[in-house]
Design a protein around this ligand. Sequence first.
Ligand code: SF4
Length: 323
Amino acid sequence: MKKHIYGPVPSRRLGFSLGVDLVSYKTCSFDCIYCQLGRTTNKTIERKEYVKKDKVLAQIEQEISKRPASEKQKIDYITLAGSGEPTLNSTIGKIIKEIKKLTEIPLAVLTNGSLLYNEEVRRDLLSADLVLPSLDAADSETFQTINCPHRSLDFSKIIQGLKDFRREFKGLIWLEIMFIKDINDSLKEIELFKSIISGIEFDKIQLNTVIRPPSVKSAFPLDIDKLKEIKDTLGKNCEIIPDFRGLQKEAQDIYSEDIKSQILEIIKRRPVTLSDISTSLGIHRNEVIKYLSILEMKDEIEIYRYEDLQYYEYKRAGLNDEI
Ligand code: SF4
């Protein structure tokens, strides 16, 4: 049976997060140039039950009930996210309400915010504890460049959706801005961001940059000094999303050595893509990504790009030492 949950995985923003995937692979209203999952294969704004509510709920219930109390405490959030945009699932509202009946673990929703103009979507999210929308552009042209949205989506509608949602939602909203070198980091763009966010009472503004391999090779990260400069300009409630490495060190014990070795074995045989690993081991892509980050951090693998695809390749031990 297809698994719709993964983890708990360490997340830079949410601690240890049990991920719930509510759509089929790359079903999204955007096709962001920095997306770590690759290009969007089903760009849509159609809401439907992409994955069955009952199956998702049964898997969450099973995962939670099988854990002893001490392990349950290791889950900081149940996070609705996954292989695309979770609010495209038309049963998300019911799923949130049912999860809240099942457990007291806080519930978060990661969304690109593109459907918040829709009253039904906003209503569906009202029972969540925390909503984390993203906003990567402060003007319409940059929005097209970075997010490559579905043709029916309009930048001003998205800003209005964020404003309306803030008015109606009583929980926390943490806005994420993904900065990409020379695309949305100009002084003019930062000033525009400042004017947008000053009109909406977000609980936090979280600054991010491209740290994982993006889907388009021209998406480059900002250095930490530039991020600090932007943080100072944007001011109140603004923070840089903490470095992944510290969290990963704390999180070593949550990773399975067995899964790590299986991934490494596959990579040792030949260069492979994220999809190859996920399919051959039956592990969710988002979970594989976390293991790949560890292997990369330990300098055991490297990444290269060929014909628009990213490949993970084994880095032979000691090769650099011999030089
Ligand atoms: S909104 Fe998220 S899943 Fe969709 S393309 Fe952008 S980064 Fe990828």
